[in-house]
Design a protein around this ligand. Structure first.
Ligand code: ADP
Length: 182
C-alpha cells in the first residue's frame, strides 16, 4: 500500500499517518520528522533546512528530493509507505510520480484530510513546536494554500483522491480513512 496524506498543518495528517502505518504495517515517512532529525544531528541538510522551517517557509525542492530519495531506498519501503508531508508542491508531486514509475511502483491512494481553518488555528495554538508560534503558523497556512492545496486537484485528476472530513475524534477519522480505502 502506497499512500499520500494531504492536509493543512494541524489537520491531523501526521497523527493519522502514524495510526495507519501501524495498522497497514508499512513505514510512516514524515518529511518534517526526517528534517528535524537532520537538524538535531547538525547535518549539512539539517543546517540548510533549519532557517526555512523556523520561518515557516518550505524547504527547497532540491533538498527535499534528496531527503526523500534516500528514505525511499531503505528496504522497509519496498512493500509500501505512508507519505506525510511530501509532496508539498506540484514539482515534488511530479518528481514523485517519475521516481515511482522508474521503480515500477505507483501510488494507490491520496487521502486529503479536510478541517476548518478556525479549528486548525485552535489546534496549532496548543502545540509546542518552535514553528508553531502564531505568526509562523499563519505564514505556514498561507504557504499551504498557495503551494500545497493545488495538489488536491492534481490527484483528483489522476483519480487517486479520497476526501475525508477531519473534524471528528481521532478514531472516527481513522475509520473514515480505512473505509475510503476499501
Ligand atoms: P506541518 O504538517 O505541521 O506543517 P511538518 O512536520 O510536516 O509540519 O513540516 C514542518 C516543516 O518542515 C514545514 O513547515 C517545512 O518547512 C518543512 N517541510 C516538511 N516537508 C516538506 C516538503 N515536502 N517540502 C518543503 N518543506 C517541507
Amino acid at each position: 500500500m502506497r499512500l499520500i496524506m494531504l492536509g493543512a498543518p494541524g489537520a491531523g495528517k501526521g497523527t493519522q499517518a502514524q495510526i495507519l502505518a501501524e495498522y497497514l504495517k508499512v513505514p510512516h515517512i514524515s518529511t518534517g520528522d526526517l528534517l528535524r532529525v537532520e537538524i538535531q544531528n547538525s547535518t549539512p541538510v539539517g543546517l540548510q533546512a533549519m532557517e526555512y522551517i523556523r520561518a515557516g517557509e518550505l524547504v527547497p525542492d532540491s533538498i527535499m528530493i534528496q531527503v526523500l530519495e534516500e528514505r525511499l531506498r531503505d528496504p522497509d519501503c519496498s512493500e509500501g509507505f505512508i507519505l506525510d508531508g511530501f509532496p508539498r508542491t506540484l514539482s515534488q508531486a511530479r518528481y514523485l510520480g517519475t521516481t515511482l514509475r522508474r521503480m515500477k511502483r505507483e501510488i494507490d491512494s491520496v487521502v486529503n484530510i479536510d478541517v476548518d481553518q478556525q479549528l486548525i488555528l485552535g489546534r496549532l495554538a496548543i502545540r509546542q513546536r518552535t514553528d508553531d508560534d502564531p505568526k509562523t503558523v499563519k505564514h505556514r497556512l498561507d504557504v499551504y494554500h498557495r503551494e500545497t492545496a493545488p495538489l488536491i486537484d492534481f490527484y483528483l485528476r489522476e483519480g487517486l483522491l479520497r476526501h475525508i472530513d477531519g473534524d471528528a475524534p481521532e478514531d472516527d477519522v481513522t475509520a473514515r480513512i480505512l473505509r475510503s480505502l476499501d
